[in-house]
Write a protein of this length. Structure first.
Length: 316
């Protein structure tokens, strides 16, 4: 195997956690894959993979080498796909990182449509709430709610989704139903913080055309959207989040909307990608498709922004 093929093999083994699966994806026998990786480790003078009977994991050196390999291979894909015949039929590996709720409730339920439209694109999808270093980790683009701050990224706004304030019936029975914003002073909230800030986000309401913050007392704070919801369901306090995230809980009565008469500011949703990725046909294909998905999902509820800008706020 030449060096390029060996790098592709190494990336596949790390991503699949298996020599057998990695070898299969590049269509070579497992013994050939084993020999190639041993030769690579010998050439580099370091151990790249930790092997057990069930799993293969990168060492610290292996993880660093993997991240560099992903960037190199992505640049090669970009260079090859920049030719005109590739733009109508984009190919290559597309690495995405999606906020968990957006993955499970918006994007992945329609991902078969993307596959049918772009059969030459192979998707590698991670999800969670953590901030991702797109360049270092070789991620092509992410979808996040909130205001992005990294000026090195291109931000494509796709929607501003409605938010609500809600709580569990048990919590409201204990502390009462607030009837006006001033009542929030006697209530508790579940705290939510980002990985780059020690402070929790406040509950916000639009009052007389201005956004007013309410910093409620709290006894628990979390940094994950699913845990934020779980805490509310267990009566830990009020929460404020996009309505689509809690549609089922509102419908079956596990959560109750409060202060309906006052508007919660909408949450902007952005697709972000490094500046050098903006011309890659596979990235453009996903960005355009995902924008249509969000428009179809939220329709008249969401305000869709059709321009791209270099935003200087922070993704959440």
């Amino acid at each position: 195997m030449d060096r390029f093929d060996t790098l592709q093999l190494f990336v596949r083994i790390v991503e699949q956690g298996s020599f057998t699966k990695g070898a299969s994806m590049v269509d070579i026998p497992r013994p050939t894959a084993t020999y190639a990786i041993k030769a690579l480790e010998a050439r580099l003078g370091t151990r790249l993979l930790e092997r057990t009977t069930r799993h293969v994991r990168p060492t610290l050196d292996g993880q660093a080498f993997y991240e560099r390999c992903v960037r190199i291979l992505s640049e090669i894909d970009d260079a090859e796909s920049s030719f005109s015949h590739q733009t109508s039929n984009p190919r290559g590996v597309l690495r995405l990182d999606l906020h968990g709720t957006h993955a499970t409730r918006i994007v992945l339920p329609r991902i078969d449509e993307f596959r049918a439209r772009y059969p030459g694109i192979e998707l590698v999808v991670s999800s969670g709430d953590r901030l991702v270093d797109l360049v270092r980790e070789g991620v092509d683009c992410v979808i996040r709610g909130g205001h992005p701050r990294d000026s090195s990224l291109i931000a494509r706004p796709v929607a501003v989704v409605p938010q609500i304030i809600c709580a569990s019936p048990a919590y409201l029975q204990r502390l009462g139903m607030p009837s006006k914003p001033a009542d929030l002073s006697s209530h508790e909230a579940v705290g939510f913080f980002s990985q780059t800030s020690e402070s929790s986000y406040a509950i916000e309401l639009r009052i007389e055309r201005k956004i007013t913050e309410f910093k409620l007392r709290k006894w628990i704070s979390v940094g994950d959207a699913e845990n934020y919801l779980v805490c509310a369901l267990r009566g830990a306090g009020l929460i404020q989040l996009p309505r689509f995230h809690v549609e089922d809980e509102l419908a079956d009565g596990r959560l109750v909307e409060v202060l309906k008469e006052w508007e919660s500011p909408g949450l902007p949703i952005n697709i972000l990608y490094p500046q050098h990725r903006q011309l890659a046909p596979r990235v453009r294909a996903f960005v355009d498709w995902a924008s249509q998905v969000y428009a179809a999902k939220f329709g008249g509820e969401a305000r869709i922004a059709n321009s791209e800008s270099r935003a200087n706020a922070k993704p959440s």
